[in-house]
Design a protein around this ligand. Structure first.
Ligand code: NCD
Length: 312
């Protein structure tokens, strides 16, 4: 019976990418998430909707926000949550992603949350296990819950996404956050500007229905939202930039560049931030402009919604 209901509410068994979701799937996830915002601010945060369910967090890459919020989200819904410490696991002895997945699958989890350095890893995993898989970031491909929490933050502050002008700025080529946001913001009717140096800009980005700019001031003109991205040095195989100082000068968000956006423009960043490289440290902390902390806060609500919906 539960599966019949789930099929009506959401079209997918797994959450692997925004690209797989319909607009009604997205609206359903966001409306469920809204219900958890107040719960997360209250004194008693514990529900039992996932009591008896087992959630495994499998993070092959470092994570602070995503892993901790998935863990808290599962616990607040009453699930038994196990976060694998991959430094101590058989991965270190050469076990593959699939062998690890098969081993965990034999313990009958209800949901696996996975982050992996390879694009497509979560799709592969979803074909090998019986339970639902949530993608917490796969290589450069997608990071769907990040885009959903960004959308919830924008809606919370601006009441809508349709018609807004949104800039995504920085290391686009290595960013799964950029890709998931492009798909989702386009779906929800925003106008998306992509800004970055040409060597950090994917070829054919405009085919995704966005405008691309190498001049930050032009790209920020009249924007409602300025989303900054981290320079992902760990994904760079060769030297992409001459220096961090030069990058900051051309692509760091500073007050003079932000002046080109609308007066009430909001600043976002998925974290972790490189202060003084992609963003001025005072702007990052400016409570009138920056919603970076709210993104983290609403991330828990979005992950609770996703766990509830995909675990049911
Ligand atoms: C992002 C990621 O891991 O893709 N971080 C996050 O999930 N909050 C962005 C990044 O690492 O720069």
């Amino acid at each position: 019976m539960a599966n019949v209901n789930k099929a009506i509410k959401i079209s997918q068994k797994h959450l692997l990418g925004i690209q797989d979701l319909s607009i009604s799937d997205v609206n359903f996830i966001l409306s469920e998430a809204k219900q958890f915002i107040d719960l997360n601010k209250s004194k008693n945060k514990k529900l039992d909707v996932l009591r008896g369910k087992t959630q495994i967090n499998l993070f092959f890459e470092p994570s602070t926000r995503t892993q901790s919020s998935f863990e808290l989200a599962g616990k607040r819904l009453g699930a038994d949550v196990m976060s694998m410490n991959l430094n101590n696991s058989a991965i270190k002895k050469g076990e593959t992603l699939i062998d690890t997945a098969m081993t965990l699958n034999a313990m009958h989890p209800d949901i696996i949350v996975v982050r992996h350095q390879d694009s497509g890893a979560s799709n592969l995993l979803s074909q090998k296990v019986n339970c639902a898989v949530l993608n917490a970031g796969d290589g450069r491909r997608e990071h769907p819950t990040q885009a959903l929490l960004d959308a919830l933050t924008i809606i919370d502050r601006k009441e809508k996404i349709e018609g807004l002008k949104i800039a995504i700025c920085g290391d686009i080529v290595h960013s799964r956050v950029a890709r998931s946001n492009i798909y989702l913001l386009n779906m929800l009717g925003a106008e998306v500007n992509i800004i970055g140096p040409s060597n950090l800009m994917p070829k054919d980005i405009e085919k995704l229905g966005v405008k691309s700019f190498s001049d930050m001031k032009k790209g920020l003109k009249d924007c409602d939202i300025v989303m900054m991205l981290r320079l992902q040095n760990e994904r760079m195989t060769s030297s992409f930039l001459s220096s961090n100082r030069e990058y900051y000068e051309y692509y760091g968000l500073t007050p003079d560049k932000l002046d080109f956006a609308k007066d009430d423009a909001l600043i976002m960043h998925p974290g972790p931030m490189n202060r003084g490289i992609e963003i001025d440290t005072n702007l990052a902390d400016d409570i009138n402009k920056s919603v970076i902390k709210e993104q983290v806060e609403l991330g828990v609500a979005v992950r609770m919604a996703c766990l509830k919906i995909f675990c049911e």
